[in-house]
Write a protein that binds this ligand. Structure first.
Ligand code: SD4
Length: 328
């Protein structure tokens, strides 16, 4: 059963508060995921998406490109040590090493990605360099880091004291009966998709992946078509949640293909999530959620389980919204 969303927090853009404007609640509701499309618009995953949207909106409202907007947006989460699932301060893997994955895709169909990056705070910007400076799409590990160094990125330690403390607590609670199949403790990857005033789409996705994962594990976020996908003729989508389930089903590509079939972003996400649930035998206990936008600026967001939130910025508003979800 699809749950009706509840808006528990409203954040107005600098422009609105500067104007001293109080926006009637009803008018905010019409700017919801079910509302009519408009541009520019940006939608991103989780509560830290609000700050990320603010940065993206500054680019979009100044007439900037969706590609610049999504990069600027997710860099906020990457740089914030309090966001413990993305970038600097992200939770480490089982060996206490922080490894980052990211992907970016623009309106011309070009894409860039990096995975298993250990010493650079902004993998999304390295991914963009891969897209723009090479004819490759993806670099991983040492090769990605060497490329970043040559591009002038600053090398640094990503593990914060707080993240190390969480790792120590996790380690202390481990027993030999433990495996890596237990539900992951963090699902806070930032995925962001945007439509600019010129009508062009872009997407970005960046993460430290599942906390305490096996050293070397890479999830969906850096995989074009899984963690994020853009087709400028159709729409864009980005994923959060259990990466393995998203990889197996080419999740974001599936959402975009749903829109190509004529579905609204919301219905396209629903169809993709139903496929994931079905694919995994029905009653699943993991979380997967998508955000999406189509060419006309209509947005969608939906999760398998309760608890997912997304941030939506358009028309001078930036709201954090409790997502609809599919399973009880
Ligand atoms: C991954 N999808 O690496 C990511 C994890 C995550 O919110 O936390 N998503 O599988």
């Amino acid at each position: 059963m699809v749950r009706v969303s509840r808006r528990n927090f409203l954040k107005f853009s600098a422009a609105l508060s500067a104007a001293g404007g109080i926006v009637p609640l009803d008018s905010l509701f019409t700017a919801s995921s079910a509302g009519a499309g408009s541009k520019p618009v940006v939608i991103s995953t989780w509560n830290h998406g609000v700050a990320a949207n603010d940065a993206a909106w500054r680019v979009l409202s100044g007439g900037g490109s969706s590609l610049d907007a999504v990069e600027a947006g997710v860099r906020i989460s990457e740089g914030d040590p309090k966001v413990m699932s993305v970038g600097f301060g992200g939770l480490p893997d089982e060996d206490c090493t922080v490894t980052l994955d990211a992907s970016i895709m623009g309106p011309n169909g070009n894409a860039g990605a990096v995975a298993f990056v250990q010493h650079y705070k902004h993998p999304i910007s390295i991914a963009r360099k891969v897209m723009e400076k090479t004819d490759h799409v993806m670099l991983v590990g040492e090769g990605a880091e060497e490329f970043a160094r040559r591009q002038g990125f600053e090398r640094r330690e990503l593990l914060t004291e707080e993240a190390r403390k969480r790792w120590l607590e996790w380690k202390a609670g481990m027993s030999e009966k433990d495996d890596w199949l237990a539900p992951a403790v963090n699902h806070d990857t930032i995925g962001m998709v945007a439509l600019d005033s010129a009508g062009d789409l872009a997407g970005a996705c960046t993460t430290s992946g599942l906390a305490f994962k096996i050293h070397g594990r890479v999830g969906d976020s850096p995989l074009i078509g899984a963690g994020m996908y853009v087709d400028n003729e159709v729409g864009a989508a980005a994923a959060t949640g259990k990466g393995e389930a998203v990889i197996r089903t080419c999740g974001s590509f599936l959402v975009v293909e749903g829109m190509r079939d004529g579905l609204s972003p919301q219905k396209a996400i629903k169809r993709a999530l139903e496929r994931i649930i079905e694919w995994h035998g029905g009653g699943v206990d993991f979380q997967v959620a998508f955000v999406a936008v189509n060419r006309s600026g209509k947005t969608g967001a939906l999760a398998i389980q309760k608890g997912f939130q997304y941030a939506l910025a358009r028309d001078g508003t930036n709201e954090l919204i409790d997502s609809e979800y599919l399973l009880e």
